[in-house]
Design a protein around this ligand. Structure first.
Ligand code: DX5
Ligand code: ZN
Length: 217
């Protein structure tokens, strides 16, 4: 099974983002956390900065929108060329319609669910998405601890995609380390976001270690 390591630049040096992107060029995608101080209690960057990152990044962008009113903003990230656009189910009035719009524009359509959001209601519409992001921390900040209690959601998603023969990617975000990545991979995750665990060391080394740990589960 193909597995992907997506470093989150939330833990990078915001004064030197272009150099930080070069340091993670061995990753599969670069995870970009957009926060609006409403959906989550933190503020990061918006469309102008992410558009510029898209222009200079050696690897494709995996944009994670932690913002209210997903319908208003998500299509713009697809239009400027993001490879994948993740919006939150809790911030969308019609997730399936929004996913269809993102696909029409040409991006991978991805939906995230917060720890308190059940997944059962989405199992029947999995084919509408290219990726489901199961949050393994409360969104908003890097450096939090991985919530192993989210693993049953991944197992349900993994069973459903196998049953229906779908190749929807299952992403985890929050507290991913060389230890917890094994737990997430065993539960069915194939796409791993890691912020602090990548940027707290030499990113290329950390990416290789995460890759190795995920593949031997
Ligand atoms: C948190 C963000 C994550 C964050 C993960 O709300 O969505 O992408 O950067 O950071 P770590 O890997 O440090 O938990
Ligand atoms: Zn994220």
């Amino acid at each position: 099974m193909t597995q992907r390591i997506n470093p989150s630049i939330l833990s990078a040096d915001f004064a030197n983002l272009q150099q930080e992107l070069e340091r993670i060029s061995t990753a599969d995608l670069v995870h970009v956390d957009v926060m609006d101080n409403h959906f989550v209690p933190n503020l990061t960057m918006g469309l102008p900065i992410v558009t510029r990152l898209q222009q200079v990044s050696p690897i494709p962008l995996d944009v994670h929108l932690m913002i209210e009113d997903a319908e208003r903003w998500a299509p713009a990230y697809a239009e400027m060329g993001a490879y994948s656009v993740t919006f939150h189910a809790e911030a969308s009035s019609d997730p399936v319609a929004l996913a269809r719009k993102l696909r029409d524009i040409g991006a991978r359509a991805s939906m995230a669910i917060k720890p308190n959001t059940p997944v059962e209601q989405y199992l029947d519409v999995l084919s509408e998405f290219d990726q489901i992001l199961v949050m393994t921390v409360e969104p908003g900040f890097g450096g939090q601890s991985f919530m192993e209690t989210m693993m049953p959601k991944l197992r349900l998603l993994d069973e459903a995609r196998k049953k229906h023969g779908l190749d929807v990617w299952l992403q985890v975000d929050g507290g991913v380390t060389t230890d917890t990545i094994v737990v997430a991979a065993e539960a069915g995750a194939d796409t791993f976001v890691a912020g602090s665990s990548v940027f707290n060391g030499v990113p290329a080394d950390r990416i290789a270690e995460l890759r190795e740990a995920a593949s031997i589960h």
